[in-house]
Ligand binder design. Structure first.
Ligand code: SF4
Ligand code: SF4
Length: 504
């Protein structure tokens, strides 16, 4: 076991509300009649369907391929028939629809042929990454970034530390805690594979000190693998938002990821515990990512707990299984109370990034109209990224996006600490999200217009070159004609003079 070497600024001590959902073992959500699978459940390009309406599919069968570098495949979570490939409502704060594949399940839950790897130690890191990509594995901590990319440090980097993030710091969420308690061995399977792929010098299993059962369980599993000499458990203080990637790195190693930098720049790679478990299942059992553990909890949930749920399962089915006092259109939170977002329709599918469904929050702040900023500075004191939320707010509000960039807007992890402490109840994070979206849209538009200008200029240059070539060809033709005409005249003159000579 190791001691934390650092700390991060700001942060909050929050009530955990974790007991409610950790009283029963992980349960399996019953198979739903229909599974709705968005083609984009990850950061990057949406997967491209490789099935058609009417196709029969087996559990674990690939139904969409990765498109481009930053993308992963998608698989059928159960056997059945593809009944639609169209736009469906997805769990997104904007109420967006997106392309989905819908499968009507046949109740048999019949697996496609699986190809477990015997002896991953004999595989190259590239081969391992390929399987992980094909298995559709993304970061299960909530971000959804394709995991195979984070398992590729590149030839210029050495991985000093692989950190397994078990700091489930947001209140109410307990899916990683329960996974560590019940499936520690499966997590270590994935850790060994990640270690092999990254050739890391050490592995740190970072777990908060309020998760004593998870710590014991991971310790026991680790003790049974004495060959993992470079793997240690790092017990870290419980403070929100320790689970943020930059924050956990700072706490565990004392090192700071530079602004606009990546953890690998300082020799660190960070993965979630659930992701490690999924990697173990993919390599050792040949199972793609088709389900995840979802915490269903809150004051209005009768049987709160953690549920292993197939992707595409309607949230309504999950809520029905856990039993809630919720009315059909009553909003619920997807994610935790700090970083999650409100949704109202429950005919939305569970996706790869859905870690928690929260129905009824115990100490929910009363809805209040925001008051003017009193420049108290509390938001800056609470910010774990050492930002100046008040300044960011002014500039975001004034749509002065260059200034928000100058104040490192993109270092904001949207943890909500500033919102939480603001006495004026200003929805600061909403302003920051708005500013980020606007900047990204502008960036997209700029890239689009740069591309259009580049195309136009290339086309112009090509047309000018073709014109020049045409003119040159015409000039050469004319010169050839003139030369041939001159030659003919010369020959004719020569013939005439020779005829005259003969006559004389
Ligand atoms: S906490 Fe709220 S009121 Fe205080 S400075 Fe920040 S934005 Fe202004
Ligand atoms: S939401 Fe952003 S600005 Fe606010 S405290 Fe968190 S990191 Fe800082």
């Amino acid at each position: 076991m190791t001691q934390p070497l650092g700390s991060f600024p700001g942060g909050l001590k929050l009530r955990g509300h974790k007991k409610r959902s950790t009283q029963t073992p992980i349960r399996r959500t019953p198979l739903a009649k229909q599974l709705i699978l968005p083609l984009q459940q990850h950061i990057g390009a949406a997967a491209v369907p490789i099935v058609e309406v009417g196709d029969k599919v087996l559990k674990g069968q690939r139904i969409a391929r990765a498109e481009g570098h930053v993308s992963v495949c998608l698989h059928a979570p159960s056997s059945g028939t593809v009944v639609a490939i169209d736009e469906q409502a997805i769990p997104h704060p904007s109420g967006l629809s997106a392309a989905c594949i819908t499968i009507e399940t046949d109740g048999e839950d019949k697996w496609a042929e699986r190809h477990p790897v015997k002896g991953f130690q004999d595989m190259t890191p590239h081969e391992i990454r390929q399987i992980i990509r094909d298995a559709g594995i993304v970061g299960l901590g909530g971000a959804g970034f394709p995991s195979f990319i984070k398992l590729n440090p590149g030839i210029h980097h050495t991985v000093e530390s692989l950190i397994l993030n078990g700091a489930e710091c947001e209140p109410y969420i307990t899916c990683d805690d329960m996974l560590m308690r019940e499936r520690a061995d499966g997590i270590l399977d994935g850790v060994e594979i990640m270690l092999h792929a990254l050739n890391a010098q050490e592995v740190l299993l970072a777990i908060e000190d309020n998760k004593s059962q998870a710590i014991s369980s991971m310790e026991l599993a680790l003790a049974a693998r004495p060959h993992l000499t470079q793997t240690k458990i790092a017990v870290i203080p419980t403070r929100y938002p320790t689970g943020g990637e930059k924050q956990i790195i700072q706490v565990v190693t004392g090192k700071e990821v530079p602004t606009n930098g990546l953890p690998i720049d300082i020799g660190i790679v960070c993965h979630n515990m659930g992701t490690a478990y999924a990697v173990g299942r993919a390599i050792n059992h040949g199972e793609p990512l088709i389900s995840r553990i979802v915490t269903v909890t809150g004051t209005d949930v009768t049987h709160a707990g953690n549920f292993e749920t197939l992707f595409g399962t309607p949230i309504s089915a999950l809520l029905e299984f856990a039993e809630t006092k919720r009315q059909p259109d009553e909003p619920f939170i997807l994610g935790g109370p700090m970083m999650g977002f409100n949704l109202s329709g429950d005919n939305l599918p569970v996706t790869k990034t859905a870690n928690c469904i929260l129905v009824g929050v115990e100490d929910a702040a009363e809805k209040a109209e925001p008051l003017p900023c009193i420049r108290c500075g509390d938001c800056a004191s609470a910010c774990p990224a050492s930002l100046l939320p008040q300044q960011l707010y002014w500039h975001a509000r004034a749509k002065d996006f260059d200034q928000t960039r100058d104040y490192n807007l993109f270092d904001c992890i949207e943890c909500g600490c500033c919102d939480y402490v603001c006495p004026s109840k200003i929805p600061l994070v909403s302003y920051f999200r708005f500013a980020k979206t606007e900047i990204m849209n502008q960036e997209r538009e700029r890239k689009k217009s740069d591309l259009a200008r580049e195309r136009f200029e290339t086309r112009q240059a090509r047309m000018e070159r073709e014109q020049r070539e045409k003119e040159e060809r015409q000039r050469q033709r004319k010169a050839a004609l003139a030369a041939s005409k001159a030659k003919k005249e010369q020959d004719a003159a020569a013939e005439t003079s020779s005829a005259e000579d003969k006559e004389n």
